[in-house]
Design a binder for this molecule. Structure first.
Ligand SMILES: Cc1cc2nc3c(=O)[nH]c(=O)nc-3n(C[C@H](O)[C@H](O)[C@H](O)COP(=O)(O)OP(=O)(O)OC[C@H]3O[C@@H](n4cnc5c(N)ncnc54)[C@H](O)[C@@H]3O)c2cc1C
Length: 332
């Protein structure tokens, strides 16, 4: 349907639409299946925007068409055992070699790595510089020799497998470097607001799905000879839930508009990420209470959304770190 190319310029086979249009479509996709919305996040919010903003002409030629056509995804390989929120603690090395670069190290919790056509790997290129300085980004094709992957069992989001990855002298050519040398953090930072907008949009869609499930349940389920919808405490709870979804929706749409009109939006991206992820998490918890035993059944949609939602307040930059960024914008 062209969804993955909605915001790609026509020269890449895209529809050349803006982020408000994408937000409308992505929210609706996520309302029916969170996972479908999250594919848009990973392909567009992350892969496509990173390549559009940072790729060389040759890299764009090679990697953008499959993203737009929906035949390939890219995985971000940043997190390591000792480098979570403190991403500047990355230890994976990229060592210069006559043939290009040799990557050595381990990454953990990398989504979709095994299915990806390529991994965008953050590695240390200057061992004498500490923290976020001296890190670079590399495009590492999945088929590269020396890559090993082990799946990680987890609580939810099972449609997005997570991988522990070993880089055992993985050789990539010189032109695998994405963006300037030692500027891997700037490359990453240049697209964060896209992936946060995309994640937040997906959460709004899923939160609306939760409310819709609750409305149907309140009408269908009877206790004490009455539909649950007749109990005021439950009517008010679902009214509160819808208000929270709408609040999240409007900050997310505002962010999409800021992106569409080319305005600065780092603050709003962090705000939208926190508000939307916490809305979905709180609502999935409320829904579990409202569905009670029916929600706790392994076959219910409520339990799946509840398990999945637990991730988003700490995935893609924890909400504590987002609040810290927001405080910085406030001058603290
Ligand atoms: C299912 C799943 C998928 C993932 N996918 C990917 C992926 O595709 N690519 C990738 O690179 N990574 C991925 N991650 C990793 C994810 O981005 C990290 O889990 C996240 O960045 C947090 O790091 P951490 O888990 O090491 O927590 P930690 O950094 O150890 O944090 C633990 C707690 O301490 C808090 N904390 C830490 N530092 C501070 C501070 N300075 N101030 C206040 N509080 C702080 C955190 O907010 C958190 O509550 C994934 C993780 C999961 C679980």
């Amino acid at each position: 349907m062209g969804v993955l190319g909605m915001v790609a310029p026509p020269q890449w086979g895209g529809l050349g639409l803006d982020w408000v249009s994408l937000a409308l479509v992505q929210e609706r996709l996520a309302q029916h299946a969170y996972f479908v919305g999250s594919i848009v996040n990973r392909v567009v919010g992350f892969g496509l925007m990173t390549m559009l903003r940072n790729g060389s002409a040759a890299q764009q030629q090679l990697w953008i068409p499959p993203l737009v056509q929906g035949t390939g995804v890219m995985a971000l390989a940043l997190t390591e055992g000792h480098a979570g929120s403190d991403a500047g603690a990355v230890e994976t090395r990229a060592i210069p070699d006559v043939a290009g670069w040799r990557l050595r190290g381990r990454k953990i919790w990398i989504s979709d790595a095994d299915q990806a056509m390529a991994l965008l790997v953050v590695a240390r290129t200057d061992p004498d510089r500490r923290g976020s300085r001296g890190l670079s980004m590399f495009i590492v094709p999945r088929a590269s020799e020396g890559l090993s992957m082990t799946p990680l069992p987890k609580v939810g989001n099972n449609a997005m497998p997570s991988w522990d990855i070993g880089f055992d002298d993985v050789l990539v050519p010189q032109d695998a470097l994405l963006g300037p040398l030692n500027e891997g953090f700037s490359v990453l930072g240049s697209t964060l607001h896209y992936s946060r907008a995309s994640l937040a949009t997906t959460c709004v869609g899923s939160a609306q799905a939760v409310v819709n499930l609750c409305l149907a349940h309140l009408r269908d389920r009877h206790q004490f000879g009455r539909a649950l919808s007749e109990f005021q405490v439950l009517r008010h709870r679902v009214a509160d839930m819808q208000m929270r979804v709408d609040q999240a929706r409007w900050i997310v749409r505002h962010l999409a508009w800021l992106i569409a009109t080319g305005q600065p939006c780092a603050l709003e991206a962090s705000q939208a990420k926190v508000i939307a992820t916490e809305t979905l998490q709180a609502l999935s918890n409320d829904a579990m209470q409202m569905f009670a035993s029916q929600g706790y059944s392994a076959e219910s949609d409520v339990q799946r959304i509840w398990r999945d939602a637990r991730l988003y307040t700490f995935g893609e930059g924890t909400n504590e770190v987002q609040r810290d960024l927001i405080a910085r914008h406030l001058g603290l």
